[in-house]
Design a protein. Structure first.
Length: 132
């Protein structure tokens, strides 16, 4: 059954910023590997964009969208892409350290010939960051 299959995802997608245009806009390119709920392993080149570190008072937002090109070479897959957003809420500081609350939402969507494989992940965290 599909419940017996471990779904996994591994991505290496560095971002390149063209600082003459914007320090917040990044072009992303790299590779991703996923195991879908039907057990099919999917390795794909990935392209996309990201908007990072958009500051609003004590909140910092980041967004990304990626297109998985490997679906063009997979007869069982019509299209595949992913997107995500992260919000960092700073709620205090101790000396040179900020205390932060993180929310990270990611979604990957695979449109297959026999249905849709969609996975959404929410990560919640507390952390510290150096503010020097």
């Amino acid at each position: 059954t599909s419940a017996d299959i471990a779904m996994s995802e591994l991505s290496l997608i560095p971002g390149i910023a063209f600082t003459t245009l914007s320090e917040d806009f990044f072009f992303r390119t790299g590779f991703s590997q996923m195991t879908l709920s039907n057990g099919h392993s999917f390795l794909t080149p990935t392209i996309g964009f990201a908007l990072k570190n958009l500051n609003m008072d004590n909140t910092r937002l980041s967004f990304f969208a990626d297109y998985y090109l490997g679906h063009l070479f997979d007869a069982n897959m019509k299209t595949a892409f992913g997107a995500g957003a992260q919000a960092t809420f700073l709620f205090g500081n101790i000396g040179n350290v900020n205390l932060a609350f993180f929310l990270n939402l990611r979604d990957s969507l695979f449109v297959l010939n026999d249905g849709i494989d969609n996975r959404t992940r929410l990560t919640i965290g507390l952390g510290v960051e150096n503010n020097e």
